[in-house]
Write a protein that binds this ligand. Structure first.
Ligand code: ZN
Length: 51
């Protein structure tokens, strides 16, 4: 088995996923995004915490 240290775990709870409501741009960020970096539109968190 090969372990790629550069791979990103998409289910990491420390990273949030955001999608722009204006242009559908998606960004994963450990920090809270307020606006879209592409069009400065409103973004919302699409990562749903699973319990
Ligand atoms: Zn946008």
């Amino acid at each position: 088995m090969t372990k790629n240290l550069t791979s990103i775990d998409p289910y990491s709870p420390s990273v949030g996923y955001y999608e722009c409501l204006e242009c559908s741009y998606r960004e994963s960020s450990a920090e809270r995004l307020g606006t879209c970096p592409m069009c400065e539109g409103q973004v919302h968190n699409i990562a749903v915490p699973r319990e």
